[in-house]
Ligand binder design. Structure first.
Ligand code: NAD
Ligand code: UD1
Length: 338
């Protein structure tokens, strides 16, 4: 493994993974249409690594652009992040999500097949489990996503399973991420959501920065330790390391397609997250308890034994690092990359 194509490599998780790949000596080519990212991330990646990755601005829906890319470069593997990820938007505009996430992925896989590049790491999500019957969640649990975004992830997983059946030479790792948070410890790259954030962590840091007035805690009557929702938050640097581990293990993977949970195995409640942030930053987070958010589940955290055993990977960073790095990124870049 030497040369890797990273789709969506300008995005939040992609940019951290590109940095990890470059630091590990990979030659990286990024393809991104910048629909949810900025080219200004590129010099930041170069600042960290000393190397600016090669970037091709293209849409995965443009099959001929992909063919050109695979004709020019001989890739050993693809790490596929490119996709849309806003649950609410996927409910409002399902066709946009099926087209971008499913049709875009089909184009990519067709180009890979045509150019005989059969090694792939795919960004899936814990959202494929929907509301689990129990926790911690194992990879063989029932898959039952509850929204169009989640269904695009499951559809792509199923397409990949069929590809692996048709040609056992494929080597495909499906990484099911739990809740990514944090930023590169340099504070140079991180996530800056467009508009008001939907996710808890960026909401907390924007309240801390004074951009937002107060946090709404969506329900305190769940059957959890303190009544608020429990999630498995994972530092984006650990997530990037998981991609590296999966990529390096692909050639020895026993089956053509394998799913891995990528989390810490520990669940924290919303109130614990607020408390941890306040302790780390010294900034008070005003909040009110509101109704539950429709579609939310009580509790979700991973059983990560398979990733530990088969990928030799586990998360190392704790809540303090997640809070510190997310806050450093937010404080140094109140306007994101602008
Ligand atoms: P992101 O939006 O920051 O990054 C996605 C990147 O893909 C962006 O740079 C965007 O411009 C690009 N992109 C989207 N559609 C494209 C297309 N058709 N052609 C070319 N480029 C395109 O998101 P992220 O948080 O880095 O997530 C990366 C992947 O991980 C996504 O597939 C997402 O669904 C999945 N995931 C994310 C989370 C999370 O909480 N962030 C959780 C689970 C899974
Ligand atoms: C959401 C997505 C999920 C996606 C994940 C990525 C939904 C329904 N699910 O999951 O598909 O994979 O992000 O990280 O959108 N919370 C508040 N106040 C807020 C925001 C969140 O109390 O302003 C609570 C939520 O109720 C939840 C927890 O914080 O208990 C985490 O929420 P969030 O960061 O949105 O992640 P998920 O809901 O797990």
């Amino acid at each position: 493994m030497r040369k890797v194509l990273v789709t969506g490599g300008a995005g939040y998780i992609g940019s951290h993974t590109v940095v990890a790949l470059i630091e590990r000596g990979f030659e990286v080519v990024v393809v991104d249409n910048f629909c949810n990212s900025s080219p200004l991330v590129l010099p930041r990646m170069a600042e960290i690594t000393g190397v600016e990755p090669q970037v091709v601005e293209a849409d995965l829906l443009d099959r001929s652009a992909l063919d050109d890319l695979f004709s020019v470069h001989q890739f050993d593997a693809v790490v596929h992040f490119a996709g849309l990820k806003a649950v609410g938007e996927s409910v409002q505009n399902p066709l946009l999500y099926y087209k971008n996430n499913v049709a875009g992925s089909l184009n990519l896989f067709a180009a890979m097949q045509a150019h005989i590049c059969l090694n792939l790491v795919f960004s899936s999500s814990a959202t494929v489990y929907g509301d689990p019957d129990s926790v911690p969640i194992k990879e063989d649990f029932r898959l039952s996503p509850t929204n169009p975004y989640g269904r695009t992830k499951l559809m792509v997983e199923e397409i990949l399973a069929d590809l692996g059946n048709a040609n056992p030479q494929w080597r495909i790792a499906l990484l099911r991420y739990f809740n990514p948070v944090g930023a590169h410890p340099s504070g140079s790259i991180g996530e800056m959501p467009n508009g008001t954030p939907n996710n808890l962590m960026p909401y907390i840091t924007q309240v801390a920065a004074g951009t937002l007035q107060q946090l709404s805690v969506f329900g305190d009557d769940y059957p959890t330790k303190d009544g608020t929702g429990v999630r498995d938050y994972i530092h984006v640097m650990d997530l990037a390391a998981a991609h590296l581990a999966a990529l390096l293990k692909l050639p020895q993977q026993e089956t053509s397609v394998r799913a891995y949970n990528i989390g810490t195995g520990v669940g924290y409640s919303v109130l614990q997250m607020i408390d941890a942030f306040e302790t780390e930053s010294g900034v008070n987070i005003p909040y009110t308890i509101t109704n539950r958010r429709p579609g939310d589940i009580a509790e979700c955290y991973a059983d990560c034994e398979r990733s530990k055993r088969e990928l030799g990977w586990r998360a190392h960073r704790d809540l303090v690092e997640m809070m510190r790095d997310q806050w450093r990124w937010q404080s140094l870049n109140p306007q994101g990359y602008r």
